[in-house]
Ligand binder design. Sequence first.
Ligand SMILES: [Zn+2]
Length: 214
Amino acid sequence: VAAARDALAQGVAGNLAGGTHHAYAHKGGGFCVFNDIAVTARLMQAEAWRHHRQKMKVAVIDLDVHQGNGTAHIFAGDPSVFTLSLHGEKNFPFRKEPSDLDVGLPDGCTDEPYLAALHQALQTLQDRFDPQLVIYLAGADPHEGDRLGRLKLTADGMQARDRVVMDWAWQRRLPVVLCMGGGYGHDIETTVQVQMQTWDVALGYWQRWHNLGR
Ligand SMILES: [Zn+2]
């Protein structure tokens, strides 16, 4: 919530943890107790209404390798929140909930098809929805070194992914709040490296917003 408020004020901000997208309104699941994305989206909407009489639309770009089933379920039928999930089709959760846009990727998916699918998904999002805030789940688990991910993205591919999302939002001057989601490297160092890259990319876009405000 604090990161989202900062993102709305500064363009980019994030939570070093979070992204608990498997939690439903009525139950937890998959390492997630409460759905921080849903709480944040709803609270930012309520605050925008209270302070500016603005009906804020929120896009959730969930690139954790596991489908954002809890988030999808919570916002099903809510036209003010668009849920996009790009995930491993064969991976957990095995019973998925329909998001506004789901892209299920095959096991072993590499950088090139992944990035093509991401570009396509963002284009579809843009055709169907006009957000004022983006919540980005930058899961590290699509990386090839992940124990649970089943995809084969390189570190460069993961960084390109972050750039695609951050650049898409920057082009539209949409504030982005990041959260980390999953990351289960065989070697913890590789997961940390992938996450560090994400923050490095995010910092670059924060600086762009900062320069804009001067
Ligand atoms: Zn995950």
